[in-house]
Design a binder for this molecule. Sequence first.
Ligand code: ZN
Length: 207
Amino acid sequence: MSEDQHDQQEQPEQPDQETAERERPALDPERAARRAAALRHVRQFGDPVLKTRALPVDRFDDALREEIARMGVIMEDSIGIGLAATQLGNLQRVLVYRVEQDSPLNALVNPVIEWKGDEEETMEEGCLSLPRVLVDVERPVHVRVRAQDENGDPIVVEASGLEARVIQHELDHLDGVLILDRTSRDQRKQAMRAMREAEAEKDERAA
Ligand code: ZN
């Protein structure tokens, strides 16, 4: 999940997508270059792997732990707050996230939502695999997730608010589900148009 989402309750007047893009503070050149390099590792919309269900992890070895560390670095460098293994083309049920800047990297292996609260909330979400797209997604505010850590030990996470949202967003990726599948038809159409325009701009620059 990218760092673009805004709480609608706090900002009743949403700027349109383009404005939101323009208002984002410019990154310094070094950081921007690092972000661009990291994003090259992230599969983009249209890649069939993003529509594929990931498989449970049964080996908790050094390769898994190295992959989790690599996911953390790519997420950080891309300025994301969550990343699913499928977004790197790795079909394992692994996700990482960090909602608060100074907290340690959270990694969930084989996560399962075992309980969702009744209360739901709509917020704008972005995604590292969907450049320039921000759409409204309604999700439960509170969830309890059962998972394993990088060593295979069982963990339970009780999450609310943004943390719950990021976990659900990344868990969707592990099931081949994108935010476009979770938003209104209108917003999906708008998002597709924005992506087509971004592609066209890129082609123009390349020509
Ligand atoms: Zn995403």
